[in-house]
Design a protein around this ligand. Structure first.
Ligand code: GAL
Length: 420
């Protein structure tokens, strides 16, 4: 009997505590700013922490609440955010990629127009025009970019290439496939991949390498069909490339994907340049000697870009603080603090180039090279809206599992028309 009473008292007590803590979160919202992202890994976490510290320093008494949800490319964070937005429970600011990823939020009124802030801060002068265009929908600007990342990169260990007798990283996917035979004969995996989004990231870079920048862009705007001979042969190459990888046993996120290369079981990994901070800060590897990186095969001279940006959600509890946070994100000081740790280059054109060393120095030169062709990433939100991207995810999952390339192309072609 007394055990039953104790249980009831315990439940009541726990409920009271839960209620109190909810009250504390809601009640204390005057003094705190909740920022939502998926930056929980080495490098990105430190970058965010540096901006958070600077924000707290500039706003005494305000606590920065880091609501990050782990999972590369926002694989978990985006789903949880969607349910929060649906329940009208937004954080004060959340991460989105520049580009069509923003479209749903804008159309459904989930984010506020920041054009006034752009005018106040004179941001049109310091952010590249192409980037601002990717943040603008129907003439209004909806997010503040903190960085620029590059997706079309292939990472490797120069020592491992030497040991395998390979003269250098492959310049084309055809060359990669030749090298893959040599690598397999020596008992190693030619290409490491991770979870589904990394397989899509790989597909995007193979499409870019095989189609070239013009056709790659036309594919996303519906200018060429997934069933055209060019895209079919690019997908043939993707199928072959994937077959050289460890996709059948792939587990873990993008960090374990890179680990396989630097522990020596695999030779190459295609991944974005957030890898640089992981390799340097977490794995303590040195650029050029321990690790090296070049544009993924067939994409030299092309910068497949993406940009992490922050929004002001409709219904944010502290829009005033959120605005201050966005100013921090867009400021030179904020970008200088964040990007060298994050492993990205600043979105601002006037940020201090001297802060970027090793890989990032090269990235900045490439980004600022007037001859560089800039295209947008599929996997990281630039060129496809969320509905289309989700359809590509499902179709690609089936394709990777069952290998039916024709069905994949037909589905994606049809879904393009249905999701525009
Ligand atoms: C991207 C994001 C990067 C990095 C990466 C790995 O989508 O833009 O900042 O977080 O995913 O998680």
């Amino acid at each position: 009997m007394w055990k039953g009473r104790l249980a009831i008292v315990t439940i009541l007590f726990v409920s009271l505590l839960a209620g109190l803590s909810m009250f504390t979160v809601r009640g204390a919202s005057n003094d705190q700013l909740e920022v939502y992202s998926w930056w929980t890994g080495p490098g990105e976490e430190e970058g965010l922490a540096a901006m958070a510290k600077s924000f707290e320093g500039a706003n005494p008494g305000v606590r920065f609440v880091n609501a990050a949800v782990s999972g590369g490319a926002g694989s978990n964070a985006k789903a949880i955010l969607a349910s929060r937005l649906l329940a009208n429970d937004p954080p004060d600011s959340y991460q989105r990629h520049a580009g069509l990823e923003l479209l749903d939020d804008v159309r459904s009124g989930k984010v506020q127009d920041l054009s006034d802030m752009y005018r106040e801060q004179d941001w049109a002068k310091v952010f590249p025009k192409g980037l601002v265009n990717n943040l603008t929908i129907d003439g209004k600007i909806y997010a503040v970019p903190v960085n620029i990342h590059r997706a079309n990169l292939i990472w490797y260990s120069p020592k491992a290439l030497k040991e395998l007798g390979l003269a250098g990283p492959p310049k084309t996917w055809a060359e990669f496939l030749q090298q893959a035979d040599v690598i397999k004969a020596k008992g190693k995996t030619p290409l490491a991949v991770g979870p589904e989004w990394t397989q899509k990231h790989l597909m995007e870079t193979v499409l870019l390498g095989e189609l070239g920048a013009d056709k790659y862009e036309r594919l996303w705007s519906g200018g060429i069909s997934w069933l055209s001979p060019d895209v079919t042969s690019a997908l043939d190459v993707y199928t072959k490339v994937l077959a050289t990888s460890d996709v059948k046993s792939a587990a873990g996120d993008w960090q374990p994907q890179l680990d396989k290369v630097f522990s020596g079981s695999a030779v190459y990994a295609v991944m974005g340049d957030w890898s640089s901070s992981y390799l340097e800060q977490s794995k303590k590897l040195a650029y050029k000697s321990d690790y090296d990186v070049v544009a993924s095969p067939g994409t030299d001279g092309v910068y497949d870009f993406l940009s992490d940006s922050f929004t002001l959600p409709t219904g944010a509890r502290r829009p005033d603080l959120a605005r201050k946070w966005l100013i921090e994100c867009g400021s030179t000081a904020g970008q200088n603090l964040f990007n060298p740790l994050k492993g990205s280059i600043p979105a601002r054109t006037d940020a201090d180039a001297a802060l970027y060393h090793g890989y990032l120095e090269w990235a900045l030169q490439q980004w600022r090279d007037p001859k560089m062709r800039i295209v947008g990433s599929l996997t990281h939100g630039v060129v496809a809206n969320n509905a289309y991207n989700a359809e590509i995810d499902s179709a690609l999952g089936l394709f990777v599992q069952h290998g039916d390339q024709g069905k994949f192309a037909r589905t994606v072609e049809q879904q393009f028309r249905e999701t525009q």
